[in-house]
Design a protein around this ligand. Structure first.
Ligand code: GLU
Length: 345
């Protein structure tokens, strides 16, 4: 199930401390930027089931890399809500483990080592483009996810031009230089075989933001490898990140996990669940009298694991789990989903 293109063993980064080989290690990776909603519950339930169905382990990693958006109270709430839903983990911020810390805000040294290694390979460069300038590229080609492809403006800046930007007080982000035609192929456990060029995924991408915060793409690669994660189950909105992450794994000599990209949960109008769907947070549903078994049962029904929505604990779903059952199309919630869950409880 592993991607065999990598050449583990030659990494400039410390290897993970280890655990018994052969079993899947999955992960739950919440970003503590808000309360968990039904869409998060869907992704975490499936990630947990996929690991446990294989007799595997589960790591909880708090992805609090963005200091502007992350809050400790949301991290605490995420753990409370996951436990309420009936999920557990073997390693995590609260339990410790051999490959911690399990909060990204505490892993800066590992990210710095990875950045230094990539820079030593000549694969990074500072980019002084402002957000506004990049937004102005409306006519530029767009990547698969709809974002503009970075046109390489700062790829080959002359020293004079770079000095000029620095004099202007512009702070650069750091980008990965992708080679022409560079592509990654992988077999997604849900979406099947994929091959995408890095250009299709947006071209040269940021490894570190201009405010110094490490980018998601780099943090997730360093952490998955350091924590021995062998299987990443996540929303298919991130599919175009996967080639970027595979490339980083390859360059850093790390072993990438297998990937399973599952459909997103949408509201009745076809919108992604977000902050304004406050009534669909697990906390709000709990307050409305919804039981965790109703949430798990409803989501399992939508995942093709139950014939009808019922009340069931995640642990009771483990033996029947299969990626084959999972739908390919988005999971659109009915308008009255909260009422349905109350009645099911
Ligand atoms: N923390 C990310 C999120 O909540 C997870 C990304 C991933 O699974 O790679 O979207």
């Amino acid at each position: 199930m592993r991607n065999d293109d990598a050449s583990p063993g030659s990494s400039p980064l410390p290897a993970f401390a280890g655990r018994p080989a052969g079993r899947v290690c999955g992960r739950l990776a919440p970003s503590p930027t808000g309360l968990l909603h039904l869409g998060n519950a869907w992704a975490f339930l499936l990630a947990w089931l996929a690991a446990r169905a294989d007799g595997g382990r589960v790591v909880l990693r708090m992805e609090d890399i963005d200091p502007d958006r992350s809050r400790p109270e949301f991290a605490r709430a995420a753990m409370r809500d996951l436990v309420w839903l009936g999920l557990d983990w073997d390693e995590g911020p609260d339990r410790g483990g051999p490959n911690g810390p399990y909060v990204q805000s505490g892993r800066g040294d590992a990210y710095a080592a990875a950045l230094a290694a990539l820079s030593a390979m000549g694969r990074t460069y500072p980019c002084f483009c402002t957000r506004k300038e990049l937004r102005g590229l409306a006519a530029a080609p767009h990547a698969e996810d709809g974002s503009p492809v970075y046109p390489g403006t700062c790829r080959n800046l002359s020293p004079a031009r770079r000095a000029e930007f620095e004099r202007q007080g512009r702070r650069p982000c750091l980008r990965l230089r992708c080679e022409d035609g560079e592509a990654e192929a992988f077999t997604d456990l849900v979406a099947g075989p994929r091959r995408m060029t890095l250009l299709e995924c947006g071209g040269d991408f940021a490894l570190r933001r201009s405010d110094g915060v490490v980018a998601y793409q780099l943090a997730v690669v360093v952490d998955d490898a350091a924590m021995g994660v062998t299987q990443a189950v996540r929303g298919d909105d991130i599919l175009s990140s996967t080639p970027r992450q595979l490339l980083l794994h390859r360059l850093l000599g790390l072993r990438p996990p297998s990937y399973a990209h599952i459909p997103l949960v949408l509201d009745a109008a076809g919108e992604r669940l977000a902050k304004r769907h406050g009534s669909l947070t697990l906390a709000a549903l709990r307050d409305a009298g919804v039981s965790p078994r109703a949430v798990a049962g409803y989501l399992a029904f939508r995942a093709g694991l139950l014939d009808v929505p019922g009340r069931i604990a995640p642990a009771e779903l483990v033996s029947g789990f299969s990626f084959a059952a999972i739908p390919r199309a988005p999971v659109v919630l009915p308008e009255d989903i909260a009422d349905i869950l109350v009645h099911l409880s």
